[in-house]
Design a binder for this molecule. Structure first.
Ligand SMILES: NC(=O)c1ccc[n+]([C@@H]2O[C@H](COP(=O)([O-])OP(=O)(O)OC[C@H]3O[C@@H](n4cnc5c(N)ncnc54)[C@H](O)[C@@H]3O)[C@@H](O)[C@H]2O)c1
Ligand SMILES: O=C(O)[C@H](O)COP(=O)(O)O
Length: 621
């Protein structure tokens, strides 16, 4: 029975053919460590298409460990590289599924040298997962796990291009970050760190360190997401008046906490304290600069537990020097760690911590478990709820689309093999879904991705999955349009009746696949859970899409099935399915023959020499 997990595996994973090889190996339940050999690794990570890439990136020495599944079957254990400190609780989850190597404090060069030997990489904010790293891991690295919220240290575009899923742990450190924000707010207002340092240096300075009160003051929360709203909630408890700016936050959430949503200028113009909680993006980079500081009240105080890059740090030093900004409390910096002689860090009105927002015992344990579960799920081929660069397809949608995922990929794969000459020349692909559902009730992203995978993978070295399908199509100039034909019928249970793939403006090596409109047309359905090919060009056929396929176009006349069957039988090629479709009696017909084995060249030529046969093509599935 097809399942959501199976569908998502198809959508996300590299094919796991090694599992089959592994099943043939020693006693179930055993754990075997194999020296890595090219054949094993190629199978683990991919399709034939990427074999060349694999060979090119093959590390000299690597290992594949086989683990046993609940069914006793053996599979190659994935390898996970943990590049920054992760709590034991998370490591235990990872070790239950994968070989785990913790290599903390690697230099960028060390990471580059190592990454190709792993299926997943886990980092915190201290490791830059650059395009170079993702390129180095290409062919094997399937998942990057960010043990925390901010993914500004991961090159998402490069990850998407490589078909590498990025997952994060967005919820477990929210409270820790909010508490740290409040700790900085209160300690800054009362000069705690400065007074502490002075007293330890022997200075008793009660008049120098008179602070300011929080109660009744206005706090502007910039970025009203998870952390921002928790800061707002706590600040309300301290008796502060809270305003917030967030172009994407719903007003009712702010109202529920008692915060007023206002514009950027109003927020920074009215606030006594400004606390930053937005992500670092091109839009927020250095958004606090000379111009914005000028709009603030004199003597404003700023807290940043978001990202250093949202502040122009030189401008902040100027604002502190001029007194425009009375104090700042900073947990994060543009460069981490900041330079030892950083004017900002050394400024007497600045309180600093070394990116400790998420660093509580509780948060680190939560983050470690959250990311470990997300990475294990992704390695299993499930779509993680915290995927950052893949469209989210809910489990129930996955489940019902599972058999159509295979149909979509097979139609794409067959269609591309029908194109004459350079299949790189395909530009227009139309996918037509016939469904009993209403137009908004069918999520086709997964199916579109699988058609793309079917079309692209056989003719390129690109590995395609749900993460990079749209990107890959765009890169190759492949314009994929979709149409839904609705036969609304509330009683129908199946999400789809048929999927049709049409390739326009191409020549075909099999004229019988060309429809009246000049497109290569293939259509299929799912019958009893198995994908079937039901239309080739203008012909109706019915052949199950298992094994390989021979299409023959001939003059409709008696005895053709016997003749072809005989030739295949003579070389022990087993026919799994056969179907004939014709336009009119005695005119042209198409024979679609499913075969378990690939016939040799001579056998195929033999078929071609049958006088009534006008053309034939062998297609791999
Ligand atoms: N210092 C730490 O250790 C620490 C810990 C956790 C989170 N963080 C950082 O805190 C920030 C917030 O984390 P979160 O979990 O609340 O994320 P979140 O995604 O829940 O919230 C971010 C909010 O910022 C808003 N936003 C986006 N662009 C904006 C803009 N131009 N102006 C105003 N608001 C904007 C979004 O709409 C969203 O509501 C992130 O930068 C994260 O990396 C730091
Ligand atoms: O974005 C985050 O989650 C925080 O900045 C925490 O980063 P860290 O994992 O490096 O502590």
């Amino acid at each position: 029975m097809a399942t959501a997990a199976a569908a998502s595996r198809a959508a996300l994973s590299r094919p796991h053919a090694a599992a089959a090889a592994a099943r043939a190996s020693p006693a179930a339940g055993a754990r075997v460590t194999l020296p890595r050999r090219r054949s094993v690794r190629s199978a683990v990570i991919s399709s034939s298409a990427s074999a060349a890439a694999v060979a090119a990136s093959e590390p000299a020495a690597g290992r594949v460990t086989l683990g046993a599944g609940t069914d006793g079957a053996l599979w190659p254990k994935p390898a996970v590289l943990v590049a920054e400190k992760l709590s034991e609780a998370g490591l235990a989850v990872l070790r239950g599924f994968a070989d785990v190597e913790c290599a903390y404090g690697m230099s960028p060069a060390e990471l580059l040298a190592k990454v190709a030997q792993f299926d997943a990489l886990i980092v915190r904010s201290g490791t830059k997962v650059t395009r170079e790293v993702l390129e180095a891991g290409r062919g094997r690295l399937r998942v990057v796990g960010r043990a925390g919220v901010g993914i500004d240290n991961v090159d998402l575009q490069a990850a998407t291009e490589a078909g590498c899923l990025v997952v994060n742990a967005p919820t477990a450190n929210t409270v820790a970050a909010a508490e740290h924000g409040i700790a900085l707010l209160a300690s800054m207002a009362r000069n705690v760190s400065q007074a502490d340092a002075a007293l330890k240096a022997g200075k008793w300075q009660r008049t120098k360190y008179v602070g300011v009160s929080l109660v009744g003051k206005t706090l502007a929360v910039m970025g009203f997401g998870k952390v921002g709203s928790e800061v707002a909630r706590r600040a309300k408890g301290l008796g502060m008046h809270v305003i917030a700016h967030d172009p994407y936050a719903p007003a009712d959430r702010a109202r529920a906490i008692g915060a007023e949503l206002v514009s950027f200028d109003e927020a920074i113009g009215r606030a006594d304290f400004i606390s930053l909680h937005m992500p670092l993006t091109p839009a927020t980079s250095k958004v606090f600069n000379d111009e914005s500081f000028a709009k603030m009240k004199n003597g404003v105080r700023i807290i940043n537990v978001a990202r250093g890059g949202v502040i122009d740090e030189d401008a902040l030093v100027r604002a502190l020097d001029s007194g425009k900004v009375a104090q700042a409390a900073l947990d994060v910096f543009t460069e981490e760690p900041p330079a030892k002689d950083s004017k900002l860090v050394l400024h007497e009105n600045v309180t600093v911590t070394p990116h400790l927002g998420a660093s509580t015992v509780e948060a680190q344990e939560g983050v470690a478990i959250e990311i470990a579960e997300a990475v294990v799920g992704a390695l299993r081929g499930e779509l993680a709820a915290t995927a950052v660069n893949a469209p989210m397809v809910p489990a129930e949608v996955m489940s019902e689309l599972a058999p159509y995922v295979s149909l979509a990929e097979k139609l794409g794969k067959l269609a591309v093999q029908l194109v004459a000459g350079e299949s790189g020349g395909i530009k227009g692909v139309k996918v037509v879904y016939t469904t009993a559902r209403g137009p908004d009730d069918l999520d086709t992203r997964l199916l579109r991705a699988m058609v793309t995978k079917g079309i692209v993978e056989p003719v390129s070295s690109t590995f395609v999955n749900l993460v990079n399908a749209d990107y890959t199509a765009k890169q190759r100039g492949l314009r994929i349009t979709e149409e839904r034909v609705s036969h609304e019928s509330p009683a129908a249970e199946a999400p789809l009746e048929s999927i049709q793939v049409r390739l326009s403006h191409v020549q075909s090596k099999f004229a019988g696949a060309i429809s009246d409109g000049g497109d290569i047309v293939l259509e299929g359905r799912v019958k009893y859970g198995v994908p079937h090919l039901t239309v080739v060009g203008p012909y109706e056929v019915d052949v199950s899409l298992e094994g390989n396929l021979i299409l023959c176009r001939q003059i409709d006349q008696p005895g053709m099935i016997g003749k072809v069957g005989n030739i295949l039988g003579q070389t022990n090629v087993n026919i799994s399915f056969m179907s004939v479709g014709r336009t009119f009696r005695g005119k042209q017909a198409i024979m679609a023959i499913g075969v378990d084995e690939e016939p040799d060249k001579e056998t195929l030529e033999h078929i071609g020499h049958i006088p009534a046969i006008e053309e034939f093509v062998f297609l791999e599935l």
